[in-house]
Design a protein around this ligand. Structure first.
Ligand SMILES: [Zn+2]
Length: 67
């Protein structure tokens, strides 16, 4: 029943095919996994916090009538 499905993806680091049976999936190897981690750590650390400002996208309910 719980059959492992083989999924293939391209390694995000080196674009080589990686298989889901690999413990480092979706990377092809531990090396690539570490490379990617390093990129994140040194790449400026750009994390945009998901701001869910409702007031920004919600239509005006006629409460603010200034201009
Ligand atoms: Zn790789």
């Amino acid at each position: 029943m719980a059959r492992k499905r083989l999924v293939k993806l391209n390694c995000p680091a080196c674009k080589k095919p990686a298989e889901s049976t690999n413990p480092d999936f979706p990377f092809c190897s531990e090396r690539c996994r570490l490379i990617d981690l390093g990129k994140w750590a040194s790449g400026g650390y750009v994390i945009s916090s998901p701001t869910q400002d409702v007031s920004d996208s919600a239509p005006d309910h006629g409460s603010s009538e200034e201009e």
